[in-house]
Design a protein around this ligand. Structure first.
Ligand code: UD1
Length: 429
């Protein structure tokens, strides 16, 4: 097994290049099921969630070729199965996009119920409502979701009861080949929703309004292959911006869309960071104190829920008390106990966390509870006095490409170290 060992106290300087967006990649890869021909996808991040999805695609009968480090070609012309195996599916939340894609193309899908980070209850009722509105029969049993529409799918007007990224994308996928014009109201507006719509349009779909809360999908008979480059990862970029705000220093974050980062950098500026935007890069520096702030997470363009653990960590050493309100998930504060073991003063009451700034954090062994909580532990390690060891890094590597290498290049003292797992310890006794 491996963990990260971080000796804190180094400021960050230099340049970091952001990879392709995880949340776009994990939707675009299943979306290729809808396309009758080879899709060349560029700027694909090298993360384990992508690897798991590519394995599932191969299992379904897709022809998957790695063209180079960040470019893949997927040809789903000869898909032979509409059943996605549970063993692979359970590892990643985004595998549920296969339901929309398989249903859209073959009018039939059998997909294991999705896994992913545990933020409390993660319902999929809005996805189901969308599929049913399009005319599918949906049945959830024995850990699988079965969907079928013997007579094909027919366009519908669908009003989402909650703003859901997953449901918006899944309904878009299911409706691109349906008969007529589907309207999704109260749609989510995240940058990766626009990216999925752009991908589908570049393959011949007719999707309008992505990025607003009304998306119109006019069904087309087929999608043909083509080439598409995934947008840069908003949350990876935000994580490095949060890291330099927490640790101090001056870094240039390259390959970003600054507009997508504004909801994050606005808050970092309030915390005392200096932000300079360029065409496709952002410079973030911080050398004064960290100011206390209040944060409420909301769907885009609000402050992203996937960034709050990283900012909470920086606020642990701010000059005052900050209040964080989680507006999307029920239970996203499990990592707080790890920060407390490093000396943080945080009280959690339901969806609210009160963070009282302390002078310093001290290194400790901690674990990554989930992907973004794991990134928060790494940032905690960067600012703590002494050594922090982060276990369960498997969660971090689901979504951050080469995080050790990228931070090392910025001057951080972080290493991946091996340690014996339970079985090896037992054998040694
Ligand atoms: C996606 C992101 C995740 C991010 C989240 C919110 C991916 C792979 N994951 O997750 O990193 O934290 O958006 O920005 O892109 N809800 C329902 N019924 C549903 C669906 C959702 O009630 O059918 C609720 C959820 O419980 C939650 C809220 O809607 O409270 C938002 O969920 P959603 O946007 O669907 O999150 P994901 O797409 O799972």
């Amino acid at each position: 097994m491996e963990k990260y060992s971080i000796r804190g106290g180094k400021k960050l300087y230099g340049e970091v290049t952001i990879s392709g967006a995880k949340n776009a990649a994990v939707a675009i890869i299943p979306a290729t099921v809808l396309v009758d021909g080879p899709c060349r996808i560029e700027n694909v991040p090298k993360i384990s969630d992508v690897t798991s999805l590519l394995m599932i695609m191969r299992e379904l009968g897709a022809n998957v070729k790695l063209i180079n480090d960040t470019t893949i070609e997927i040809d789903c012309s000869k898909i032979r199965s509409t059943k996605a195996p549970y063993e692979l599916i359970r590892k990643i939340r985004a595998s549920y996009y296969l339901i929309g894609s398989l249903l859209g193309r073959f009018h039939c899908a059998e997909v294991g119920m999705p896994g992913g980070c545990d933020f409390g209850v993660r319902p999929i009722d809005q996805h189901v409502k969308g599929f049913q509105s399009l005319g599918a029969k949906v049945d959830i049993k024995n850990g699988f979701i079965h969907c079928s529409a013997e007579n094909g799918l027919t366009a519908a007007n669908i009003y989402l009861d909650v703003v859901s990224v997953g449901a918006t994308i899944n309904i878009m996928l299911a409706s691109v080949l349906a008969n007529g014009q589907t309207v999704i109201e109260n749609a989510a507006k995240e940058p990766h929703i626009v990216d999925v719509a752009n991908f589908l349009n570049s393959m011949g779909a007719d999707v309008k309004g992505a990025g607003t809360d009304v998306i119109k999908v006019r069904g087309v008979p087929t999608l043909k292959g083509g080439s598409y480059a995934i947008i840069p990862d908003q949350i990876e970029a935000g994580t490095y911006a949060a890291a330099v705000t927490a640790a101090g220093g001056d870094i240039l974050i390259k390959n970003v869309i600054p507009k997508h980062l504004e909801c994050i950098t606005a808050k970092l500026a309030e915390m005392g960071a200096v932000i300079e935007e360029y065409d496709d890069s952002v410079r973030v520096k911080r050398d004064g104190p960290i100011n206390r702030v209040n944060i409420k997470t909301l769907p885009y363009p609000g402050f992203p829920t996937d960034m709050h653990p990283q900012l909470v960590t920086a606020l642990c050493v701010a000059n005052g008390t900050s209040i964080i309100t989680e507006g999307v998930w029920e239970n996203r504060y499990r990592y707080v106990d790890e920060l407390k073991r490093m000396g943080a003063k945080i009280q959690v009451d339901g969806k609210v966390a009160i963070v009282e700034g302390v002078e310093k954090l001290t290194g400790a062994p901690v674990r990554a509870w989930d992907l973004r909580a794991g990134a928060a532990m790494v940032i905690a390690g960067l600012i703590a006095h002494g050594v922090t060891e982060v276990e369960d890094i498997i969660y971090i590597e689901r979504g951050y490409e080469d995080i050790v290498e990228k931070l090392t290049q910025l001057g951080a003292d972080i290493k991946r170290v091996e340690y014996p797992d339970e079985e090896e310890v037992r054998e040694a006794l």
